[in-house]
Design a protein around this ligand. Structure first.
Ligand SMILES: [Zn+2]
Length: 208
């Protein structure tokens, strides 16, 4: 991370979506993360995404997650915050979808937890609770089909005993991309297992 920050001082910043100079995420690309659209997946109810996983939105997610563009956490969080009231008004607990510990270490932290905190910055009734954790044994899901992915996650995605959500406040799970929906479904099941009402899953993007 340190070297990429140093690089920022030397190389002018460019938009993660369209490479326009001088900004991390330009206003034109910001328009690609708009009103939440329902996402339909087997076994998943109340799931929404701000954009399809392609183009500028996909490039922003990848730049943030895989290429150390940490400054994108704020605009991505703001985009989720702008969308959230149309899905769930009033007090809400934001639960970031967890990454594997090894992936989080290489990325400098749980990337969706950072986005969730930036999201809560502009939502006075939202609280971030990292209520879920992903067991280190979970294999990377890349290349697995839907069934293998679900089996891989089942039982490895658990409630985090150190971070229990407050009772009686509905939760919204935040994720970067919904693909098969297996992660979102596993997150929902894990929260319900400890009595948390899951109001929705809200993702930055979803595959078509
Ligand atoms: Zn742009």
């Amino acid at each position: 991370m340190r070297s990429s920050r140093l690089l920022d001082l030397i190389v002018p910043q460019r938009c993660a979506g369209c490479a326009a100079p001088g900004v991390a995420w330009c206003t034109w690309c910001a328009r690609t993360l708009r009103a939440p659209v329902p996402v339909s997946r087997p076994g998943l109810s109340s799931a929404y995404a701000l954009a399809e996983y392609r183009g500028a939105a996909r490039r922003a997610v990848l730049a943030y997650k895989e290429r150390g563009r940490r400054e994108l956490a704020a605009p991505l969080g703001r985009a989720l915050a702008a969308a959230l009231p149309s899905i769930r008004a009033g007090p809400v607990v934001l639960v970031p979808a967890p990454s594997r510990p090894a992936a989080a270490r290489s990325r400098g932290g749980q990337h969706m937890a950072t986005v969730a905190r930036r999201c809560a910055d502009s939502l006075p009734e939202a609280t971030v609770v990292p209520a879920l954790r992903l067991d280190g044994r979970a294999a990377d899901s890349v290349g697995l089909d839907a069934n293998a992915r679900a089996a891989n996650l089942l039982g490895r995605l658990r409630p985090n005993p150190r971070h229990r959500p407050p009772r009686g406040v509905p939760a919204v799970i935040l994720d970067d991309v919904i693909t098969t929906g297996a992660t979102a479904a596993a997150c929902t099941a894990a929260l319900r297992s400890i009595g948390v009402q899951v109001a929705a899953v809200l993702a930055l993007t979803a595959t078509t």
